[in-house]
Design a protein around this ligand. Structure first.
Ligand SMILES: [Zn+2]
Length: 398
C-alpha cells in the first residue's frame, strides 16, 4: 500500500495506520545532507532522531497525521549539533493545512473549522492571527495612494473600531480600536512619515474627530468626505419637511398622517434624472398640493447635483442655485443641512478635485465585513475581527 502525500521534500517511511477513521504516516525530510549553520560544512551524520506529530490536510475525509522524524545532526567538521526546520512542517500542523484554514475562515466560523479538523478553537485562531499579522504587515509596508477610513461597531452600537482600507485594492490594512483622532493618529505614527507622505487622497465618513489626525499626519493628502455619507445629510432636510407636513394637522381634524406622502417617502429621495414618467407624475401630483414639500424636493435635487455634476464648476453652479433657493425661502428644516455644507465644503468639493473617490467603491469589502460581523455574532475581540478582516480580501498572502 503506497500513500502519496504530494508534499515537497518529504519521504514516506511507513504507513502506521490507514483505515476509515484515520491515516497516520511516518515521514522524514528527503534531504539527508545538511549544511552546518556554524561552520558551513556539509554533514549527513545524524546524532539523534525524535518523532513529532504534525496534522495535515484530511485525506479522503479522514484526519491525517504525519509522524515526522526530526533529525538532529552533528557536524563532522566542528562538532556543532543542530536540528534543521522543514519548511512545510514547522509547527503543529503542515503549512498547507494552515493555508487551508486561513482560506476557509473567510467562509466558515472558527468553531465550524475546529469541528471539521478536530483542532482547538484557540489553536485555529492563533494560526489565523499569525497569518493576518504577516499579510497585514506586508500590506502596510506598501504605498497606499488612496486611504479610506471607516468607522464600524463590532456589535450594534458597541465597541467602535476604525477600519483602514486601501481604496485602490479594497484590501483591509488594519482595524484599530475606537473611532477617534487618537486611534487614527496612532495608526499614522505606526506607519511612519514616509508612508503618510505617500497618501494622496483620504476618504472619511464625516466624523470631526478623524479630521484632526488627518490634518496633522497627512498634511499633503486631499481629504474627501464620503459622498454616500454627505447624501444622507442632504436627504435629512427633505425628510424633516415631510415629517412636519405629516404631523401638521391636529389629530381628529384631518388625518395627521398623510398616507400618500408617507408611501412616496423613498420615491421623493430619488434623483430626478432617475425617475421614470409614472414616478414623476406621482410626485408632481403630491407636490401640487404641498408647496413646501415641492420646494424641499427641488432644493434636494440641487444638492444631488453637487455629485452628479461632471466637474467642480458644475458642482458650484448647483450649490449656487441651492443657496439662492434657500435664501429666497429659508426652510428651517434645511438649516442643519446648510450648516453642514458650509462646515465641510472643502472636503465635499474635493470629490471633484481629487479623482471622485468614494467608499462606495468598496461596497464589496464593506459588505463582507458586515457579513463577517454577523457570522461571528458580534466580535468581542477587536483583534480577532482585524485578523479575519485582513484575511477577507486577497488573502492568504504568504
Ligand atoms: Zn560545523
Amino acid at each position: 500500500m503506497t500513500v502519496r502525500l504530494h508534499l515537497r521534500r518529504i519521504r514516506v517511511i511507513d504507513v502506521v495506520r490507514d483505515d476509515e477513521a484515520e491515516l497516520v504516516v511516518e515521514v522524514a525530510d528527503s534531504q539527508s545532507v545538511k549544511r552546518c549553520p556554524s561552520c558551513g560544512d556539509r554533514t549527513a551524520k545524524v546524532h539523534e532522531i525524535r518523532r513529532r506529530r504534525v496534522r495535515d490536510l484530511p485525506s479522503l475525509g479522514r484526519p491525517t497525521t504525519l509522524v515526522v522524524q526530526v533529525r538532529r545532526y552533528q557536524c563532522q567538521g566542528c562538532g556543532h549539533r543542530f536540528t534543521p526546520e522543514h519548511p512545510e512542517l514547522a509547527g503543529k500542523i503542515t503549512r498547507r493545512l494552515a493555508r487551508q484554514l486561513v482560506s476557509d475562515v473567510r467562509k466558515l466560523t472558527v468553531r465550524e473549522l475546529a469541528r471539521r479538523h478536530r483542532l482547538g478553537w484557540h489553536y485555529i485562531m492563533g494560526v489565523v492571527h499569525s497569518w493576518a499579522e504577516t499579510v497585514g504587515a506586508q500590506r502596510r509596508a506598501e504605498r497606499c495612494r488612496v486611504l479610506m477610513v471607516d468607522e464600524t461597531s463590532l456589535r450594534r452600537g458597541h465597541r467602535y473600531v476604525t477600519v483602514l482600507l486601501n481604496g485602490e485594492t479594497g484590501a483591509v490594512l488594519a482595524i484599530v480600536k475606537h473611532r477617534d483622532a487618537k486611534a487614527l493618529a496612532s495608526f499614522f505614527i505606526e506607519q511612519g512619515r514616509r508612508w503618510c507622505r505617500g497618501v494622496e487622497v483620504v476618504v472619511t465618513d464625516g466624523s470631526e474627530s478623524y479630521t484632526a489626525a488627518i490634518v496633522r499626519h497627512l498634511p499633503a493628502a486631499t481629504h474627501i468626505l464620503d459622498r454616500f455619507h454627505v447624501v444622507r445629510w442632504f436627504a435629512r432636510g427633505l425628510i424633516e419637511v415631510r415629517r412636519h407636513l405629516q404631523r401638521r394637522e391636529p389629530p381628529g381634524v384631518t388625518p395627521a398622517f398623510d398616507p400618500e406622502v408617507f408611501r412616496a417617502r423613498f420615491l421623493a429621495l430619488k434623483r430626478a434624472d432617475r425617475l421614470d414618467d409614472a414616478e414623476r407624475a406621482r410626485l408632481e401630483a403630491i407636490f401640487a398640493a404641498r408647496a413646501e414639500l415641492a420646494k424641499a424636493w427641488a432644493m434636494l435635487q440641487e444638492l444631488y447635483g453637487l455629485y452628479a455634476a461632471e466637474d467642480l464648476a458644475g458642482a458650484e453652479e448647483h450649490l449656487d442655485r441651492f443657496a439662492r433657493m434657500w435664501e429666497a425661502d429659508p426652510l428651517p428644516e434645511f438649516y442643519r443641512v446648510a450648516s453642514d455644507i458650509i462646515r465641510w465644503a472643502p472636503e465635499i468639493f474635493n470629490f471633484h478635485r481629487a479623482g471622485r473617490w468614494s467608499n462606495g467603491r468598496l461596497e464589496g469589502t464593506n459588505n463582507l465585513l458586515g457579513l463577517l460581523k454577523r457570522m461571528g455574532f458580534g466580535f468581542i475581540n477587536a483583534a480577532n475581527f482585524e485578523a479575519r478582516g485582513i484575511l477577507l480580501i486577497q488573502g492568504p498572502g504568504p
